[in-house]
Design a protein around this ligand. Structure first.
Ligand SMILES: C[S@@+](CC[C@H](N)C(=O)[O-])C[C@H]1O[C@@H](n2cnc3c(N)ncnc32)[C@H](O)[C@@H]1O
Length: 410
């Protein structure tokens, strides 16, 4: 990457999740590492009109929903059950009658909530839950959840009532003390006491905004399926364009940020499961996922020299955690190498790839993600590999986001 090119890019918030907040379904729930609809649209616009699109790291399904809105067929993969559920609720087309049923069920749940207060209702086993919600708010949320379950049953995939649960997730976060002014979630010092009336009014407003974003049907089709991107099977289907943003090697845990939703929706029932899920996630680092690194070893894949050099420099740092973090970086790129080696199972000849990735630093050593990924791609037979810097990540002068592009076959 030319330094001169990097000198001219700014932070470009239009290329981050911030751009999506007011864009209907895209703005339903926020995930900090989500990328911008604008970026995905520009990439799709530069490709053949009827191309099938794949995103092997779905997250909030930005790619798949953008593609379906544009009229394409798209599929994305993820391993996080909550994100798979959310992505499918986002990418579904809804009939007016289905939305009317949801509205009716929610009105009945609202009317029932008062009677369910003080009943020792189920609460999510979130660690330090009192940091998230005051006891008053928690009691109302727990009663309202029971009322929603009475109407719709527990959240399930591929039913129109997913919209009621999306609105509930948004309610849970809007009534919490979680603040989004850092790289990921943090807490404000006080939790507010919200009574039943306030909570149900807020829910009604959220629900109406969720429903109104489903008025226009999608012209394409999008689906999120559970596939581990490190071992992509032959699906009997091939994609001509891959647009994706995998996790970055920066120790951000998606489970950590998603845990309020995941616990309230019962996609997570105990803390141990979170560590197990993060161990499957590329770059995962929550709980047990970090301690397992101590005994992890790469198995028989030839990896790029630039990766081996980077890992050795980190390991040689005279600091307590240097060894484990060197292994973290090695495992991240090892997993990405596995991903890139199984991806051709679903690629059409001549498929075009766009990987939006970020670099990082460990103890002052640069981890040059676009170059290391490019080297993996070259070893695995991809061609036309290039990387373009698209934005500066934050005030740290060394951190950027790149679009790494490549082509598969001819
Ligand atoms: C940076 S996020 C994607 C954000 C997405 N572009 C968006 O706009 O919301 C990376 C995603 O990769 C998923 N992921 C991590 N490891 C995975 C694996 N082994 N297989 C499939 N998905 C994985 C994570 O759960 C996370 O949702």
């Amino acid at each position: 990457m030319l330094n001169a090119e990097r000198d001219f890019v700014g932070q470009r918030s239009d290329l981050t999740f911030k751009y999506n907040k007011s864009l209907g379904r895209h703005g339903w729930l926020r995930l900090t590492p989500a990328y911008s609809v604008k970026l995905v649209k520009e990439i799709i616009a530069g490709s053949h009109t009827s191309v099938d699109i794949l995103d092997p790291f779905s997250g909030t399904a930005t790619t798949t929903l953008t593609a379906a809105e544009h009229g394409n067929a798209a599929v994305s993969f993820d391993i996080n059950p909550f994100l798979i559920w959310l992505g499918n609720v986002k990418c579904r087309s809804y009939k007016a009658i289905q939305m009317q049923e949801v509205r009716k069920g929610c009105a009945a749940a609202i009317a029932r909530t008062e009677a369910l207060l003080q009943l020792d209702n189920w609460r999510p086993p979130l660690f330090n839950i009192e940091r998230w919600w005051s006891s008053t708010t928690l009691e109302v949320l727990a009663a309202f959840r029971v009322a929603l379950v009475e109407q719709f049953g527990e959240p399930a995939e591929d039913r129109a009532d997913g919209l009621a649960w999306v609105a509930f997730c948004r309610l849970v976060i809007e009534t919490s003390s979680a603040a989004f002014n850092h790289v990921s979630m943090s807490f404000s010092s006080e939790t507010a006491h919200y009574e039943v009336e306030h909570v149900t009014h807020l829910y009604s407003a959220i629900l109406e905004s969720v429903l109104s974003s489903c008025n226009s049907p999608l012209s394409g089709v999008g689906e999120v399926v559970e596939v581990d991107a490190r071992a992509i099977p032959d699906m009997g289907r091939r994609f001509g364009l891959v647009v994706t943003s995998p996790p970055y090697p920066n120790r951000i845990s998606y489970i950590r940020e998603l845990r309020p939703y995941m616990y309230w929706m019962k996609f997570l029932e105990e803390a141990r499961e979170a560590g197990e899920m993060d161990w499957k996630a590329i770059g995962g680092t929550w709980g047990i996922a970090t301690s397992r690194l101590a005994t992890w070893e790469s198995k028989g894949h030839l990896l790029p020299d630039i990766l081996t050099d980077t890992v050795s420099r980190i390991a040689a740092t005279d600091t307590k955690n240097a060894g484990i973090l060197a292994t973290y970086v090695l495992k991240y790129f090892y997993d990405m190498h596995l991903h890139l080696s199984s991806l051709p199972n679903v690629l059409a000849p001549g498929a075009e790839l766009h990987y939006i990735v970020g670099n990082s630093t460990f103890f002052g050593h640069m981890v040059d993600t676009p170059t290391i990924l490019g080297a993996s791609m070259r070893m695995l037979g991809y061609d036309k590999i290039e990387s373009t810097v698209i934005r500066k990540r934050n005030s740290n002068k060394a951190l950027f986001e790149y679009d790494v592009t490549a082509r598969w076959g001819s």
